[in-house]
Design a protein around this ligand. Structure first.
Ligand code: C2E
Ligand code: CA
Ligand code: CA
Length: 751
């Protein structure tokens, strides 16, 4: 032991009282009496005769024995002299034969023993040395004529006793030294133990160790009782207070530890009368040399705070704070799980994804403020939740977009059909928030695994495409349909071809006249785009414009339409045909920040007056951001551009709402006009729209006038202008000019 303490001899010197006790015991036990000392005293010089020679022989003997020779060699290497040792030896013999029984002589002998022990001189060598002494003295007694033969037995007896006393006391020195070393080591161990115990009592963790062969606790730290006041059940402390639902998990972890694995397990512990807490247990197995698990050390700590923090973080990361619904991240997770589960299933299982977007929600935010907007979103969330089953997942993905997941259905389409209807029924009754009573509508896009896609990303984007379709087709809910998906390969090809079409001049404009009923004159034309596709022939706008709009290509296309329409307008003006030209703008065009600049630029380039331009925009586009619409329309109005609301009647706006916008014309959608003669309702709508629009100061244009009957009826109702096949189909500029020359209509007059 390298850190074995080195004790100076003084530390070990027997205290006087114990030295006396030991000396007395030796003297008494060996029966050493006065006459023993006396007889030695008498023959002292006779016995010492030849002593010097003996001491010399004694050391030669020790030097011939390998173990003792090594010791002596070391002694010499450190500067010691054998001759000195011989002298000491002689002195020792001298003292021994002096027959002293004093306490000090006893103490001295013990000290010699102690030093011998420290030099590494083994007890057996000491005993060997005493045997040599005995042999030498025995021989002296017999050969020295100075010794009276009568005294020999008594002398032998005395020598034997003193030899034993001498040897015994010296070995006692050995014993004392060893005992002292053990005692001080013991003391150190005790100190260390006290330190460890106090350390463990201050630790909030419980530590324990179990001998798993005999199922016997080896150690249990003092804190255990604080945590589990009554139950320190082994081998797993506090298992008794562990809540029944978690007990099996802990026991399973213990079995794993027994199999040699380090395990970490969390469980709840409920001590009667106290709140439930989370505990973490670590089991660390130890193996013996043969690899067998013989011991398991355990740690147990209160993990409640950490657990609550993690739960809170998890909740924050997975919950939408506004509605308390799941958020996009958690929804994805659930969706992934549902797909994985459906994939593993032996029979076919469908997973339904529904994306739902509120119509015109932005209006609520913009006009009533975000507090009302937030309140309404919460009401919507509650209502949707009320029609779902526990197994369905509902999330708010952001803004006014919600997602529903039906994780396991046998017929996805049928289930989605049913649920979509129920969801839409939620919107029949108004939402009441504060003093507001709001009617909302929603569009739903549906994608079904595996029919519409095999993975989360594909299904999410396809449901999104379907939702967009729902908005555009004015259908409350739509299943994904590859045919109308802008991201399918066919669509992507279409986009590439449209780009090429712009460069190659494949787009053309057709013009359809608008006629004023009162003056019987053609006041303007609407520019309608066509695509002369090199392979597919002439394509109509509905065959490519929605894709253009989704991909942003609508912007360069509309730029082209504007410049082409104004260029044509300028030519007509130069040829004495003062016609206004109407251009359609899509939602995306209207959102462009530099829209006004683009319009001014087109007019400047063509040299056309701004009063020759009419812009047609649908009500939904205008209402999606009413503040911006008002601003943009006001500027166009101030520039002298004529502004028309297109397809009126297909959106949800009330005329009173539109009144805020600086508009000139209102174009009644052709669906009402076409059915007017047959459908009483449509006739009523057309009539009341005309009246209301007039009251608000708008001119009214009826679209889709296909026959005389419609024209006559509209004239009676006071409609200002008409447009439709009855007058003319849209045609290229040259054909239109020819038509105009041949027609009975006069030109201009209203501009
Ligand atoms: P829209 O603005 O409502 O245009 C009127 C549509 O009705 C035109 O269809 C026209 O051909 C059609 N139409 C005219 N008279 C009659 C009629 O008597 N009966 C029937 N059944 N239809 C009639 P078109 O040219 O196919 O355009 C469809 C839509 O595409 C337009 O509807 C407009 O929204 C859009 N569009 C056309 N050209 C452009 C353009 O240059 N830019 C933008 N952004 N949209 C355009
Ligand atoms: Ca139009
Ligand atoms: Ca229209």
């Amino acid at each position: 032991m390298s850190n074995k303490p080195q004790h100076p001899a003084s530390d070990l010197r027997p205290r006087p009282d114990s030295a006396k006790r030991l000396n007395d015991a030796f003297n008494r036990f060996l029966g050493i009496a006065e006459n023993d000392s006396r007889i030695l005293h008498r023959y002292h010089s006779a016995l010492m005769d030849g002593g010097e020679e003996f001491a010399g022989v004694f050391y030669s003997y020790l030097q011939s024995y390998p173990a003792t020779a090594t010791i002596l060699e070391r002694y010499q290497q450190r500067g010691g002299q054998i001759s000195e040792l011989v002298q000491n030896q002689l002195k020792h013999l001298w003292n021994l034969l002096s027959g002293s029984t004093s306490d000090s002589s006893a103490t001295k002998l013990e000290e010699i023993g102690l030093r011998h022990q420290q030099f590494g001189i083994e007890p057996v060598w000491v005993m060997g040395a005493y045997l040599l002494y005995w042999d030498h003295l025995y021989e002296r007694i017999r050969s020295n004529p100075a010794i009276d033969t009568m005294d020999i037995p008594a002398l032998e007896n005395a020598i034997t006793k003193f030899l034993f006393r001498d040897m015994g006391l010296m070995l006692q020195g050995y014993w004392d030294a060893a005992l002292h070393a053990v005692q001080s080591e013991h003391q150190q161990v005790e100190q260390l133990q006290a330190q460890v115990t106090s350390l463990l009592s201050n630790l909030p963790q419980v530590l324990w160790s179990v001998d798993v062969i005999n199922n016997r606790p080896l150690y249990v730290s003092p804190t255990t009782r604080k945590i589990c006041p009554l139950d320190v059940e082994m081998p797993i402390p506090c298992l008794g207070w562990t809540v029944p639902e978690d007990r099996e998990t802990v026991e399973r972890a213990w079995q794993q530890a027994l199999a040699g694995e380090q395990v970490d397990v969390e469980s709840r512990v409920r001590v009667p009368g106290e709140v439930e807490r989370w505990f973490r247990r670590v089991f660390q197995p130890y193996r013996d040399a043969t690899g067998r698990v013989v011991r398991i050390d355990g740690l147990m700590e209160d993990a409640t705070d950490a657990k609550l923090t993690i739960e809170r973080l998890h909740q924050l990361a997975t919950t939408d704070s506004l509605t308390g619904l799941h958020n996009r991240a958690l929804f994805r997770d659930r969706f992934e799980q549902a797909i994985a589960w459906a994939r593993r299933s032996e029979v076919r299982r469908d997973v339904v994804l529904m994306l739902m977007d509120l119509d015109h929600f932005k209006e609520i935010n913009d006009t009533l403020g975000h507090t009302v907007g937030d309140g309404v979103l919460r009401l919507v969330a509650d209502r949707i939740k009320s029609v779902l089953r526990d197994t369905d997942t509902l999330a708010r993905l952001g803004g006014d977009e919600f997602a529903v997941l039906l994780p396991d259905t046998t017929d996805g389409r049928a289930a989605a059909d049913m649920l979509a209807r129920e969801l839409l029924a939620c919107f029949q009754k108004p939402f009441r928030y504060d003093d507001h009573e709001l009617y909302l509508a929603a569009g739903i896009g549906i994608a079904v695994f595996p029919e519409h896609g095999e993975d989360v990303d594909t299904l999410m984007s396809r449901a999104d495409v379907a939702m967009y379709g729902a908005k555009h087709k004015d259908m409350p809910y739509v299943f994904y349909d590859a045919g109308s998906d802008p991201h399918t390969p066919q669509r992507l090809q279409l986009v590439a071809e449209m780009r090429r079409a712009l460069d190659n001049g494949e787009f053309v404009l057709h013009f359809q006249p608008q006629v004023d009923l009162r003056h019987r004159s053609v006041t303007g034309v609407e520019a309608l785009i066509r695509w002369n596709h090199p392979q597919h022939g002439q394509l109509l706008p509905q065959q490519f414009l929605s894709t253009a709009e989704r991909t942003g290509l609508i912007n360069p296309i509309s730029d082209w339409v504007l410049s082409e329409a104004t260029r044509q307008c300028r030519i007509w003006q130069q040829n004495g045909l003062p016609l206004r030209v109407a251009v359609n703008l899509a939602s995306r065009n209207f959102q462009q920040a530099d829209l006004i600049g683009k319009i001014e630029n087109a007019m400047r380039c063509s040299g056309t007056a701004l009063s020759c331009l009419e812009i047609e925009i649908t009500e939904n586009v205008l209402l999606s951001d009413i503040e911006r619409s008002t601003e943009v329309l006001q500027r166009l109005h101030d520039m002298g551009v004529t502004l028309s609301i297109d397809d009126y009647g297909t959106g949800y706006s009330s005329l009173a709402y539109l009144k805020k916008l600086p508009l000139h014309n209102l174009k009644i959608d052709k669906s009402f006009v076409q059915d007017m003669a047959r459908d009483e309702n449509d006739a009523v709508i057309v009539r009341s729209t005309i009246d209301l629009a007039h009251n608000l100061g708008y001119r009214v244009v009826a679209e889709g006038v296909e026959d005389e009957e419609a024209r006559d009826l509209l004239e009676i109702l006071g409609c200002d202008s008409i447009q439709g096949y009855f007058v003319s189909v849209p045609q290229e500029a040259g054909q239109f000019e020819a038509w105009l020359r041949d027609s009975n209509w006069s030109i201009g007059g209203v501009i």
